[in-house]
Every structure is written in structure tokens, then in C-alpha cells.
Design a protein around this ligand. Structure first.
Ligand code: DGJ
Length: 365
């Protein structure tokens, strides 16, 4: 993709060294006139489904040609560290905190050897966008805080209710999932947090949006002013809709969400939603994707073979937002591909049409 300054979704995307970009499940920060793309560095084979290296960073000024900036956050060799090599470190995102002049990275962390049971959030900081980032802490967010939209009746911890005992429904929709159960179970220890994104609003408030409650329900959680912890103010949204891969943007005063269903590494149908306040109510708008990816024959019912990771507002262009998706390759993780497509907004919501090849001049066409 480098030579012709256009996006070619699904093809290998070469960096300035001619190597396929290694930044999966990522997000892009714009800062000081440049874009920084952060994502999971994966290695070859199935082994690449856990973290052997860390978070990779690339920089660009045109969004198509990317310079390799190296590893921004490295996994640790210390077996006592939460981010020891072979942990699961997914979907890293970075935001800039103007108050502390610090770059703050959040990611989904699973402790080594524990599958997806830990469901934690990790935080790391740096004084430079490209890093190195210093790991701060990992935790389940919002311990001891009730959701802002919990009813008075719900505000009672369920310490070990029989119907939740030993119950894990992770991995996808499960009719047995109790409504209003898991967040009460997790009230004291903190809420489960897996797939995640970050969002900074116009007023400088930061938010962490994560799949919680065994993946059944999304939480939208305000950050502290330094962006390094949850403030304790959060809402539960899309209850029992099993949304993963949430991505958020704000356009003309409204908040738009792009997400997926919950089917492991396999693609499913994308979802979209809109709200006038980030706290909701959110209105689901359906699958925004249209068309077919000729490389794998997968259409909108499988999100072209991909899963959302971020929405990227393009600086200096009016109404220009890019939907970023990953085509996962769990058999050879390093070969995961990127699908970046323009979002077209209308009264009906967002529309994301397949393009074999496009450039920024194509917005609005
Ligand atoms: C889907 C998630 O979106 C990915 O980030 C990853 O956690 C896989 N599930 C693991 O199966």
C-alpha cells in the first residue's frame, strides 16, 4: 500500500521497511501533526495468539505510508509481572492527556496461563507518543461502584448466588445468561473487561468502553482526569447483546458506535448504534456494512471477514472517518490483515461499503 498512497483493504500492508504492518486490534492517535498506529505485535503460527513481544507503533502523516517506530510497550521477562511474555495483551489504544502531558495506553489483559478468565484492563504511560511505555497496573475496573443506570433494587452485591456459581458463559451468546447478575457478582472485585476502546470527548473527558459481564453487556466508563484509572462513573449498555470490538466516534454532536457480535476469532455481522449522550440511551441502527470482499468471498453478513477495532477521524478533512477492521488469522496470527474503509453518514446512520482500493479523495463519493 505504500507506493500509491491509497488504501487496499485486505492486502498485505507494507511499512517503510517493506514488512507487513504488525499492529493488530489497534487504534490510531493523532498528535502534533502525525498519526500513531498502535496494535498487537503478533508472531507466526498459532503461538501468535498470545503476546510474545508487546505493542507495536507506527507513524504516518498521510495514513497510507507508515514508518516502523518499534515496540512501544514490551512484554516482561519477569514471571511476577502481569504482562509477562505469553500473557494475552489485546486491543491496545493510546490517548493523550493534556493535563499531565502524558500518553496513556490501555489494553485488554489476560494473565498468562489463565485463558480469558482474568478479564482485566492494563494501563501504561509514556512521555513520548512512540514510547517506551511503562506498565503501571492491571485491574478489573470500577470495583465498589454501581453503574449509574443500576436500579436501587439492583444495588446489592450477589456474593455467590447459586445460579451464578461456577458459571462462565464467555465466548458467545448463551440463553442461560442471567439478566443483571454478573455486574452484581463483580461489584466488589471489579467488572470484567475484555475487548475495549478509548474515546476522548470534546470537553477533554476520557472514556473506556469494554465488553463486560462475560461479554454479554458493554460498559461505558469515565476515566479520571489523568486518564489512568476509572472515575467510578459508568453505565451498562446493550445488555445481553454480546457485543465485542466496540469503536466510537463523535460526529456533529452525536456519538456513533461500531461493534461486532461475539464469535471468537470467526467473523460475524457488524452492528452500529447512535446516541445523543455518551451515557445513552443508545439506539441500535443495524449492520452498516455493504458489499463483498472478493479476496475471501465474504460479504456484509460477515463484515468482509473482519471485526472492527477503531474509528479514525481524518484530520483536516470534513466529515471524514475511517472504519478500521482486522481480518484475524488465528492459524498464523502474524498474517492478520487490515481493512480500512470510509464511513458515509446519513440520517439513517453510518454506511461502510467495500472498496477494492480507495484514497482520501474518495470521501463522500
Ligand atoms: C474476539 C475478540 O474481539 C478478540 O479481540 C479476541 O479476544 C478474540 N475474540 C479471541 O477469541
Amino acid at each position: 500500500m505504500t507506493a500509491e498512497a491509497c488504501f487496499v483493504p485486505g492486502e498485505p500492508w507494507l511499512d517503510d521497511r517493506g514488512v507487513h504492518i504488525n499492529a493488530h486490534g489497534g487504534g490510531v492517535l493523532f498528535h502534533g501533526g502525525a498519526y500513531y498506529w498502535f496494535g498487537e505485535h503478533k508472531i507466526s503460527g498459532k503461538a501468535g495468539n498470545v503476546a510474545h513481544v508487546g505493542v507495536h507503533c507506527y507513524s504516518s502523516t498521510d495514513l497510507t505510508s507508515w514508518r516502523d517506530e518499534g515496540i512501544a510497550l514490551a512484554v516482561s521477562d519477569d514471571s511476577e509481572s502481569d504482562i509477562v511474555r505469553e500473557c494475552v495483551l489485546e486491543r491496545p489504544k493510546v490517548i493523550y492527556n493534556a493535563l499531565t502531558e502524558t500518553f496513556v495506553m490501555w489494553f485488554h489483559l489476560e494473565l498468562k496461563g489463565q485463558g480469558y478468565a482474568a478479564a482485566r484492563s492494563g494501563v501504561a504511560v509514556s512521555s513520548s507518543p512512540t514510547g517506551p511505555y511503562a506498565f503501571c497496573d492491571s485491574f478489573r475496573p470500577n470495583a465498589g461502584h454501581w453503574p449509574l443506570n443500576a436500579t436501587e433494587e439492583q444495588k446489592a452485591p450477589l456474593e455467590d448466588p447459586p445460579y451464578l456459581r461456577n458459571r462462565s458463559v464467555s465466548g458467545g451468546p448463551n440463553a442461560a445468561t442471567p439478566a443483571n447478575g454478573f455486574f452484581r457478582r463483580d461489584h466488589l472485585g471489579g467488572q470484567m473487561a475484555r475487548d475495549m476502546t478509548l474515546f476522548v470527548d470534546d470537553d477533554g473527558t476520557g472514556y473506556h468502553i469494554y465488553s463486560s459481564e462475560e461479554n454479554s453487556t458493554l460498559h461505558i466508563s469515565e476515566l479520571t482526569p489523568d486518564f489512568q484509572r476509572p472515575s467510578g462513573r459508568y453505565v451498562r449498555v446493550f445488555e445481553k447483546r454480546w457485543m465485542e470490538a466496540a469503536a466510537i466516534c463523535k460526529r456533529q454532536g452525536r456519538y456513533y458506535l461500531l461493534a461486532s457480535g461475539c464469535t471468537g476469532w470467526a467473523p460475524n455481522e457488524a452492528r452500529s448504534a447512535v446516541a445523543d449522550s455518551i451515557w445513552g440511551p443508545w439506539e441500535e441502527l443495524g449492520n452498516p456494512c455493504v458489499g463483498i470482499n472478493p479476496m475471501n468471498g465474504l460479504g456484509q453478513e460477515k463484515t468482509f471477514g473482519g471485526q472492527s477495532t477503531s474509528i479514525l477521524p481524518v484530520e483536516g478533512l470534513r466529515d471524514a472517518y475511517i472504519a478500521m477492521f482486522d481480518i484475524w488469522c488465528p492459524e498464523d496470527a502474524i498474517d492478520g490483515r487490515y481493512v480500512w474503509l470510509p464511513i458515509v453518514f446519513s440520517e439513517e446512520g453510518m454506511k461502510i461499503s467495500w472498496r477494492d482500493r480507495w484514497d482520501l479523495a474518495g470521501f463522500g463519493t
